[in-house]
Design a protein around this ligand. Structure first.
Ligand code: FES
Ligand code: FES
Length: 172
Protein backbone atom coordinates (compact mmCIF):
# COMPACT_ATOMS: atom_id res chain seq x y z
CA UNK A 1 0.00 0.00 0.00
CA UNK A 2 1.46 3.39 -0.96
CA UNK A 3 1.89 6.15 1.57
CA UNK A 4 -0.83 8.77 1.63
CA UNK A 5 0.21 11.95 -0.14
CA UNK A 6 1.26 14.76 2.17
CA UNK A 7 -1.61 17.18 2.47
CA UNK A 8 -0.79 20.83 1.91
CA UNK A 9 -2.53 21.58 5.18
CA UNK A 10 -0.19 19.29 7.08
CA UNK A 11 2.80 21.43 6.12
CA UNK A 12 3.47 24.27 8.52
CA UNK A 13 4.60 26.95 6.10
CA UNK A 14 7.16 29.50 7.12
CA UNK A 15 8.76 32.34 5.27
CA UNK A 16 11.80 34.49 5.91
CA UNK A 17 11.26 38.20 5.41
CA UNK A 18 13.43 41.28 5.78
CA UNK A 19 11.46 43.41 8.19
CA UNK A 20 13.07 46.70 9.12
CA UNK A 21 16.49 45.32 8.26
CA UNK A 22 16.13 42.21 10.41
CA UNK A 23 15.57 38.70 9.08
CA UNK A 24 12.26 37.44 10.44
CA UNK A 25 11.36 33.78 10.13
CA UNK A 26 7.59 33.75 10.46
CA UNK A 27 4.69 31.38 10.12
CA UNK A 28 2.62 32.20 7.05
CA UNK A 29 0.56 30.05 4.75
CA UNK A 30 0.11 31.02 1.13
CA UNK A 31 -2.87 33.26 1.92
CA UNK A 32 -1.37 35.05 4.92
CA UNK A 33 -1.09 38.77 4.37
CA UNK A 34 1.89 40.90 5.23
CA UNK A 35 -0.33 42.86 7.61
CA UNK A 36 -1.17 39.71 9.56
CA UNK A 37 2.49 38.81 9.82
CA UNK A 38 3.42 42.30 10.97
CA UNK A 39 0.69 42.75 13.54
CA UNK A 40 -0.14 39.25 14.74
CA UNK A 41 3.23 37.48 14.44
CA UNK A 42 5.74 40.26 14.96
CA UNK A 43 3.59 42.62 17.06
CA UNK A 44 4.53 45.59 14.90
CA UNK A 45 1.27 47.46 15.27
CA UNK A 46 1.95 50.81 13.60
CA UNK A 47 0.37 49.52 10.39
CA UNK A 48 -3.33 49.55 11.20
CA UNK A 49 -6.00 47.07 10.20
CA UNK A 50 -8.65 49.50 9.00
CA UNK A 51 -10.80 48.25 6.16
CA UNK A 52 -8.63 45.16 5.57
CA UNK A 53 -9.64 45.29 1.90
CA UNK A 54 -7.33 47.78 0.26
CA UNK A 55 -9.39 50.93 0.58
CA UNK A 56 -8.22 53.06 3.51
CA UNK A 57 -4.41 52.97 3.40
CA UNK A 58 -4.08 52.65 7.18
CA UNK A 59 -1.98 49.51 6.70
CA UNK A 60 0.59 51.18 4.41
CA UNK A 61 4.21 50.03 4.67
CA UNK A 62 7.15 50.33 2.29
CA UNK A 63 8.07 47.29 0.23
CA UNK A 64 11.14 47.83 -1.95
CA UNK A 65 10.83 51.51 -1.02
CA UNK A 66 7.33 51.77 -2.47
CA UNK A 67 4.23 52.32 -0.34
CA UNK A 68 2.07 49.21 -0.34
CA UNK A 69 -1.14 48.17 1.33
CA UNK A 70 0.00 45.39 3.60
CA UNK A 71 -3.55 44.04 3.90
CA UNK A 72 -3.45 43.21 0.19
CA UNK A 73 0.16 42.01 0.07
CA UNK A 74 0.84 38.33 0.59
CA UNK A 75 3.69 37.56 2.95
CA UNK A 76 5.15 35.04 0.50
CA UNK A 77 5.18 37.75 -2.15
CA UNK A 78 7.58 39.82 -0.04
CA UNK A 79 10.47 37.37 0.01
CA UNK A 80 13.76 39.16 -0.76
CA UNK A 81 11.94 42.48 -0.82
CA UNK A 82 12.81 44.79 2.07
CA UNK A 83 9.78 45.68 4.16
CA UNK A 84 9.91 48.86 6.22
CA UNK A 85 7.17 49.68 8.67
CA UNK A 86 6.75 52.97 10.46
CA UNK A 87 8.65 51.48 13.39
CA UNK A 88 11.64 50.91 11.13
CA UNK A 89 11.52 54.36 9.59
CA UNK A 90 11.15 56.43 12.75
CA UNK A 91 14.79 57.44 12.98
CA UNK A 92 15.33 58.53 9.38
CA UNK A 93 15.81 62.32 9.00
CA UNK A 94 12.86 62.35 6.63
CA UNK A 95 10.53 60.67 9.08
CA UNK A 96 11.78 62.81 11.94
CA UNK A 97 10.97 65.92 9.90
CA UNK A 98 7.55 64.55 9.04
CA UNK A 99 6.78 63.73 12.66
CA UNK A 100 7.79 67.22 13.77
CA UNK A 101 5.71 68.84 11.03
CA UNK A 102 2.64 66.67 11.75
CA UNK A 103 2.85 67.59 15.43
CA UNK A 104 3.41 71.29 14.74
CA UNK A 105 0.56 71.48 12.20
CA UNK A 106 -1.96 69.45 14.17
CA UNK A 107 -2.13 67.09 11.21
CA UNK A 108 -3.89 64.34 13.13
CA UNK A 109 -6.81 63.95 15.46
CA UNK A 110 -7.66 60.35 16.30
CA UNK A 111 -4.36 59.32 14.72
CA UNK A 112 -5.63 56.11 13.17
CA UNK A 113 -4.63 57.11 9.64
CA UNK A 114 -1.37 58.76 10.70
CA UNK A 115 1.07 55.83 10.44
CA UNK A 116 -0.07 55.10 6.89
CA UNK A 117 0.05 58.79 6.00
CA UNK A 118 3.58 59.10 7.36
CA UNK A 119 4.84 56.06 5.44
CA UNK A 120 3.25 57.30 2.20
CA UNK A 121 4.69 60.78 2.75
CA UNK A 122 8.10 59.31 3.53
CA UNK A 123 8.14 57.53 0.17
CA UNK A 124 6.94 60.68 -1.58
CA UNK A 125 9.75 62.83 -0.15
CA UNK A 126 12.29 60.18 -1.12
CA UNK A 127 11.12 60.42 -4.72
CA UNK A 128 10.33 64.14 -4.79
CA UNK A 129 12.07 66.28 -2.15
CA UNK A 130 10.00 69.35 -2.98
CA UNK A 131 6.47 68.30 -3.92
CA UNK A 132 3.83 70.90 -4.68
CA UNK A 133 0.39 70.63 -3.14
CA UNK A 134 -1.02 68.64 -6.04
CA UNK A 135 1.81 66.11 -5.80
CA UNK A 136 1.25 65.65 -2.07
CA UNK A 137 -2.47 65.19 -2.54
CA UNK A 138 -1.83 62.68 -5.31
CA UNK A 139 0.65 60.71 -3.20
CA UNK A 140 -1.75 60.58 -0.26
CA UNK A 141 -4.89 60.02 -2.29
CA UNK A 142 -5.03 56.37 -1.24
CA UNK A 143 -4.86 57.22 2.45
CA UNK A 144 -8.21 58.12 3.96
CA UNK A 145 -8.68 60.35 6.98
CA UNK A 146 -12.02 60.73 8.69
CA UNK A 147 -10.96 63.56 10.96
CA UNK A 148 -8.76 66.27 9.54
CA UNK A 149 -10.04 67.34 6.15
CA UNK A 150 -6.51 66.73 4.78
CA UNK A 151 -5.41 70.40 4.57
CA UNK A 152 -3.17 70.19 7.63
CA UNK A 153 -1.72 66.88 6.52
CA UNK A 154 -0.79 68.31 3.12
CA UNK A 155 0.67 71.41 4.76
CA UNK A 156 2.69 69.26 7.16
CA UNK A 157 4.22 67.22 4.36
CA UNK A 158 5.22 70.40 2.54
CA UNK A 159 6.60 71.89 5.77
CA UNK A 160 8.68 68.76 6.28
CA UNK A 161 10.03 69.07 2.74
CA UNK A 162 10.95 72.70 3.40
CA UNK A 163 12.69 71.81 6.66
CA UNK A 164 14.64 69.01 5.04
CA UNK A 165 15.66 71.30 2.19
CA UNK A 166 16.83 73.95 4.65
CA UNK A 167 18.74 71.36 6.70
CA UNK A 168 20.60 70.18 3.61
CA UNK A 169 21.41 73.71 2.50
CA UNK A 170 18.65 73.77 -0.07
CA UNK A 171 20.01 70.85 -2.03
CA UNK A 172 17.57 68.15 -0.89
S1 FES B 1 -6.44 48.13 6.08
FE1 FES B 1 -5.33 47.96 4.23
S2 FES B 1 -6.19 49.46 2.92
FE2 FES B 1 -7.43 49.54 4.70
S1 FES C 1 -6.70 61.61 12.17
FE1 FES C 1 -8.43 60.33 12.47
S2 FES C 1 -8.59 59.20 10.64
FE2 FES C 1 -7.05 60.65 10.24
Amino acid sequence: MSAAPTSAKAVALRVELDINGVAADVRADLATTLLTVLRDELHLTAAKRGCNQGVCGACTVEVDGVPMRSCLSLAHGCVERPVRTLEGLLETPRMQALQRAFAASGAFQCGFCTPGMLVAAHALLAADPNPDEAAVRRALSGNLCRCTGYARIVAAVRDAATALGAASGGTA
